[in-house]
Design a protein around this ligand. Sequence first.
Ligand code: PLP
Length: 385
Amino acid sequence: MNSVYLDYNAAAPLLPGVREAMAPFLDAEFGNPSSLHQAGQRARHAIESARETIARAIGAEIGEIFFTSGGTEANNLALWGLARARLKAGAKRIVVSAVEHPSVFEAAAFLSRAEGLELAVVPVTREGKVYPDEVDRAAESDTAVVSVMHANNETGAVQPVREIASPLRRRGIPFHVDAVQSFGKIAFDVREIGCDAATLSAHKIGGPKGAGALYVRKGTPIQAIFHGGSQEKNVRPGTENVAGIAGFAAAAEAALRAREEEFRRLVSLKKDLLRGLAGESGVTVNGPVEGALPNTLNVSFEGIDGQALVTALDIEGVCVSSGSACAAGSSEPSHVLTAMGLKEAAVKGAVRFSMGRGTTGRDIELCLEAVIRTLRRLRQVKHAG
Ligand code: PLP
């Protein structure tokens, strides 16, 4: 049984109250929200009340929230849906940053092949930051959609999405923001940013897996990618995951209630973790020290294979990640760290620590002890070999 869990960017445990909010819809309240009878209408009411909660949480209007099966689906819907709605107007290109999650990056690549659109990939700095000017330059007037994430899942780098949004807005180019990792952790308000679409996912903030949402600004044309139902105003047909949606709303409420306090607490834990790791030789931080998520720290250990370290730490009872969850298990080097210009050895030696509501100072101490012990052992084995 693992005793220290530092992989919150992959999945977070349910927040208090989430299970209770979901329970009725896994049991007595099983009605289909599209049914006219009372059982159906009670389920409908739960969805509409959750929609109001999520809308309020990000500064949106109720009618601008479309529930999906999670972040991956919402990202695919955003890219395909926004781009396809602009094809008739002569749209010819898609613009994304080089550090997007695969559910944006690969959706964009697939869309570009399928529709014959040019894919422009905006580079990032050594710290994994996107320059707004570069996005503006890449987004020519025939651009179907621009997508830049708010916070990166691997490094925690927070992108200047507000600065990116304003010139695009003036030029009428739709701008999508993947806010899966930022929502609930740092301030995220769609009106303040000025984006046209945004992706959220429940399980990164202490909600259930398999629930998420796409915000689409009122009046923004979007085409469905699924067909065969009128749910979610035809934008996302399919019977809604009522329990998941109820849990998502409960998690959003709980996360936002504690956000500012958690921010301060996590910043302090991250400092402790960084201080402890920096005491070892050959440790470099990947990503910005300022302007990053408070819970995420990505470091490279010189001469160490990140996957070997992750596996060894797991045996010690410490759960961390050698990259994003989707990349873990595959031996593909992280495209995020590669885009930041890290050498191959540094990419291979990278480990991500991500904290959350349950993380304590004791967890950081235990993690540091295990990392230092394991590092020394792995380095000794290497020297002996
Ligand atoms: N976007 C980002 C930045 C993520 O980190 C993830 C998940 O890791 C996703 C999208 C996909 O979300 P989901 O797991 O809900 O499909």
